[in-house]
Design a protein around this ligand. Structure first.
Ligand code: PLP
Length: 389
């Protein structure tokens, strides 16, 4: 369907990139489960040669997600990590990267254990103060890597300010690009390309897929040049998603706006309830007035998301007990699915971050992270209440 300017995300999510199947009229994009395509003669084909380079199901997903991000170009990958790896391969030995300090654990592992070995250098800074980014810039800096809100502490980064810093410090021969890992927000709640970022990256495994049944990644970018380079890498490196994964992800995007609205509504109520609970030391949720960057959240995001972190009184033993006692919340890594999840960052998702760095960034032993699902909020509150008792 031809989208017109000004259509709302709810409409874009359902229609962008989606055409009835030309041979049958099937309303849903088929799963083109094929590795190759028959050519009429050598080099004479319909634009599809080999499925690592292109697949119609993947095309439909890429067009759909790019439209949601508000960017002209987008590429899908077999996982968020596959997307990160393919993107980092745009850079070269000796390049320097500035990364927000409580970055996703898997990102930190990829950078510190693999890319450092390849001669990339990284500086991790607290980007809640954008001046820390300025201080970290070197003549070799090529990319600033942001996550907002950060994981798990839900600190915010002023994306527009950091984009401005990158522009102010770019010069002939050294363009500093910016990337936002937007996984915690999805394009429904935050659109970094519109704030000037060069790249937006999503682990579609989370909110975009939304049903905890598929792993995937996505990158959208503004410039055709970046897109072409990344597309070349996508085809050359081969971290591409299979057609069934693309189909499942697309099934998710259709309900993404509706789900995000419910995630936000439920999380707001739970965060407010937790804040008053006597067993809780502190709660971090961008939608709370007590969040130190609540004002920024109101301007930068169109909703506060479904992730909450809180610290229980009593440290590790209490935190462990809460995770064992919940009945509806499932104790599991990951986030963004329709079902509510609960996890312990220091033991689970962030275990690959060294203990000193965890302590420095505030990932304490009593810290619990929840991914609020779209169940009835009263049931979720009752479940947390009995577990906290
Ligand atoms: C899960 C996640 C990733 C990695 O994505 P995978 O699909 O698991 O490879 C990257 N960034 C963030 C913020 C994530 O939550």
């Amino acid at each position: 369907m031809k989208l017109t300017e000004g259509m709302h995300p709810e409409t874009v999510a359902i229609h962008a990139g989606q055409e009835p199947d030309p041979t049958t009229g099937a309303i849903m994009t088929p799963i083109y489960q094929t590795s190759t395509y028959v050519q009429q003669g050598p080099g004479v084909h319909k634009g599809f040669e080999y499925a690592r380079s292109r697949n119609p199901t993947r095309d439909a997903l890429e067009a759909n997600l790019a439209a949601l991000e508000g960017g002209p170009h987008g590429l899908s990958f077999s996982s968020g990590c596959g997307a990160m790896t393919t993107l980092m391969m745009l850079f070269s030995h000796g390049d320097h990267f500035i990364v927000c300090d409580d970055v996703y654990g898997g990102t930190y592992r990829l950078f510190s254990k693999i890319f450092e070995r390849m001669g990339f250098t990284f500086t991790y800074v607290d980007m809640t103060d954008p001046q820390n980014v300025v201080k970290a810039i070197t003549p070799k800096t090529k990319l600033i890597w942001m996550e907002s809100p950060t994981n798990p502490l839900l600190k915010l980064i002023d994306i527009k300010k950091v984009v401005q810093i990158a522009a102010d410090n770019s010069r002939a021969g050294q363009k500093i690009k910016t990337l936002v890992d937007n996984t915690f927000m999805s394009p429904i709640l935050q659109q970094p390309l519109k704030m000037g970022a060069d790249f937006v990256l999503e682990s579609t495994t989370k909110y975009i897929g939304g049903h905890s049944d598929v792993i995937g990644g996505f990158v959208a970018c503004k410039s055709a040049e970046d897109h072409d380079a990344l597309k070349f890498n996508q085809k050359s490196i081969g971290a591409t998603p299979g057609p069934f994964d693309c189909f499942l992800t697309m099934r998710g995007t259709k309900t993404l706006p509706a789900r995000m609205a419910r995630h936000c509504e439920n999380a707001q109520k739970i965060a407010e309830w937790l804040e008053k609970h006597p067993q809780i030391e502190r709660v971090s949720y961008p939608g709370l007035k007590s969040h130190p960057q609540h004002e920024l959240a109101r301007h930068q995001m169109s909703g506060f998301g479904g992730m909450i972190t809180f610290v229980v009184k009593g440290g590790l033993p209490t935190a462990k007990r809460v995770l064992e006692k919940v009945k509806i919340f499932a104790c599991a890594e990951s986030l963004g699915g329709v079902e509510s999840l609960i996890e312990h960052p220091a033991i689970m998702t962030h275990a690959s971050i060294p203990a000193e760095m965890r302590a420095k960034t505030g990932i304490v032993d009593g810290l619990i992270r929840v991914s609020v699902g779209i169940e009835h909020v009263d049931d979720l509150i009752r479940d947390l209440d009995q577990a906290l008792r």
